[in-house]
Design a protein around this ligand. Structure first.
Ligand code: 5CA
Length: 441
C-alpha cells in the first residue's frame, strides 16, 4: 500500500482524552477513532491488526477441534427470559424494541442463543461432543467505558461453547481450550498467565482468567515467578491426548488478583512473588447444566436415558487484545508490533520523493515486495525525512527499509528492526533476498 493512497490519519500530539499509552498510540497511529462513548470506528491500519488477531485465534480454535459459526448480534429477549438472565443482567444490557413491539437486545454474550441452536438440532449422544465458536461484536453498556477499546461498550469477542455428555467430557473440552488459549496468546508475543476465577454457584476449579502483565492493567495481580518461565505448549500439541497434566502444570503455581491475594496464606517466598498489574484478555468457564437445563438441551444417552448437556464457555477479548499487545510492546516513539499481528510486515521509506534515483529504486522494490506476497507500506509522500521516520516508528511495523540518495550512490539501502537497534546495510539485490527470506508469510 502506498502511503499517499492509504487513509491513515496520524497525530503528532497526544490526545487529551487518552489516559493510557495504548489508547494514545491507537489514536495517534490512526488505528481507531471514537464514534461515541466506548464505541469506535476501526480505520484501515487498525482493522488489519484486528483481522490478524482474529486469524490467530481462528487457527488455534480450529486446531483444538472447535468449529466456527456466526450468531447474530441482535437476540430475542424470550431466550434470555428462559435462562432467567433477562432480568438479572440489568443496565449493562442494551434493550431494543422492534416495530412489532417485540423485545430484543444487542447480545452481551451468547450462551442462550447457542444452547437453543443445539437444543433444536441435537437428539442423540452420538451427536456429541460439540464445540462451536464465533467472532462477533458484543455490546455491554458498561458504567465506565474507558481506556479506548480496552473497556469499550461495543467490542469484538471470540466466544465458544462446549457441549458434552458428562463431566469428564466437559473437563476434556475445558482443558483443550485452556491449552489453545496459552498457544493463542504466545503466538501474539504475549505471556498470559491463567488465574483461578470465581466459579459462582457451580463451584469447582474450572474457571480461569487469562491475564497479561502490563503497567497499566486494571487490576493488581500476584504470581509465582515460575509461572512466567513456563513454555507454552508446542504447535504439535495432540488435542486427543489427556491434557490434564499440562493444565495442572500451569495451575499448580500461585496466581491471584489483589482481592483474593492473602499474604498470610500465600506460601510463595517474597523473592519469588511477582507483583504486577494485569489485563484480562480471556476468561473460560465450566458451568454444567446452567443453560442446557432451562433451554432444553437434552439428548438421549447410550442406554436410552435423558442426558442434560454439560457446558462450558470460553471468551477472548479480540479488540481488547489490540490494546493489550500495545501495552506490552511499545517505546517512547510508538508501537512495536510483533510480526504475527503487524498491519504490514515492512515499511519502505523513500527519503527523497521526487529524486528519480530514489523513486525508481523504491518503486522497483515496492513492486518486487508486493509480487512476493510481502505486505508493505510504502511511504511515498513528499514529506521531510524526519517526519517519515517518526511516523514509521509510531505505526510500529517490525521492519523498515530506508532508501535515500546518499546510500544509493554506493548502491546500498538500510534495513532497520523497529524493536531493537539491529541495522543492516544491504545492496538493492541483497535486500530482495533478505526480504524473501525474512518477511514472506
Ligand atoms: N460468556 C463468557 C465467555 S464466552 C464471557 O462473556 N466472558 S467475559 O465476560 O469474561 O468476556 C470475555 C472477554 O471479553 C474478557 O476476558 C475480556 O477480555 C473481554 N471483554 C469483556 N468486557 C469487555 C469490554 N467492555 N471491552 C473490551 N473487552 C471486553
Amino acid at each position: 500500500m502506498r502511503r499517499t493512497e492509504l487513509f491513515l490519519p496520524t497525530l503528532k500530539e497526544n490526545p487529551a482524552e487518552a489516559q493510557i499509552v495504548s489508547h494514545r498510540l491507537m489514536l495517534r497511529a490512526g488505528l481507531i477513532r471514537q464514534a461515541s462513548a466506548g464505541i469506535y470506528t476501526w480505520l484501515p491500519v487498525g482493522i488489519r491488526v484486528l483481522r490478524k488477531i482474529e486469524q490467530i485465534i481462528r487457527e488455534e480454535q480450529d486446531a483444538a477441534g472447535a468449529q466456527e459459526v456466526l450468531m447474530p448480534t441482535i437476540q430475542s429477549a424470550d431466550l434470555w427470559r428462559k435462562s432467567g438472565r433477562y432480568d438479572d443482567y440489568g443496565k449493562e444490557m442494551l434493550r431494543i424494541r422492534d416495530r412489532h413491539d417485540r423485545e430484543m437486545l444487542y447480545g452481551p454474550t451468547n450462551e442462550e442463543l447457542i444452547t437453543d441452536v443445539l437444543a433444536q438440532e441435537i437428539r442423540s449422544y452420538r451427536d456429541l461432543p460439540k464445540n462451536l465458536y464465533h467472532i462477533q461484536w458484543k455490546f455491554r453498556d458498561e458504567v465506565r467505558p474507558r481506556f479506548g477499546i480496552m473497556r469499550g461498550r461495543e467490542f469484538l469477542m471470540k466466544d465458544n461453547y462446549s457441549f458434552d455428555l458428562d463431566f469428564a467430557g466437559a473437563r476434556r473440552s475445558y482443558n483443550r481450550m485452556f491449552v489453545a488459549y496459552l498457544r493463542t496468546y504466545a503466538r501474539m508475543g504475549l505471556k498470559a498467565i491463567p488465574m483461578r476465577a470465581e466459579t459462582g454457584p457451580i463451584g469447582g476449579d474450572m474457571s480461569h482468567e487469562f491475564i497479561i502483565l502490563a503497567d497499566t492493567g486494571e487490576s493488581e495481580v500476584f504470581c509465582d515467578r515460575a509461572l512466567l518461565d513456563l513454555e507454552p505448549p508446542q504447535a504439535d500439541v495432540d488435542y486427543s491426548a489427556d491434557l490434564q497434566p499440562v493444565v495442572d502444570e500451569w495451575t499448580s503455581h500461585y496466581a491471584a488478583s489483589d482481592d483474593k491475594h492473602d499474604p498470610a496464606a500465600c506460601d510463595v517466598p517474597d523473592s519469588q512473588l511477582v507483583t504486577a498489574r494485569g489485563i484480562e484478555v480471556g476468561h473460560i468457564f465450566y458451568f454444567g447444566t446452567k443453560y442446557s437445563e432451562p433451554l432444553g438441551a437434552v439428548v438421549q444417552g447410550a442406554d436410552g436415558e435423558r442426558v442434560t448437556l454439560e457446558m462450558g464457555s470460553y471468551g477472548i477479548g479480540v479488540s481488547r487484545l489490540v490494546g493489550g499487545i500495545i501495552e506490552a510492546s511499545h517505546d517512547e516513539n510508538g508501537i512495536i508490533w510483533p510480526a504475527s499481528v503487524a498491519p504490514y510486515a515492512v515499511g519502505l521509506v523513500n527519503l527523497k520523493t521526487g529524486d528519480s534515483a530514489c523513486d525508481d529504486s523504491c518503486g522497483e522494490l515496492y513492486a518486487f515486495l508486493r509480487s512476493s506476497g510481502i505486505e508493505v507500506l510504502y511511504d511515498d509522500r513528499d514529506e521531510r525525512a524526519g517526519q517519515k521516520f517518526a511516523d514509521m516508528d509510531l505505526i510500529g511495523l517490525p521492519w523498515q527499509i530506508v532508501i535515500g540518495p546518499r546510500g544509493l550512490k554506493n548502491g546500498s539501502v538500510e534495513v532497520k528492526a523497529r524493536g531493537t537497534d539491529q541495522r543492516l546495510e544491504l545492496s538493492l539485490e541483497e535486500v530482495r533476498t533478505w526480504a524473501t527470506e525474512n518477511l514472506a508469510a
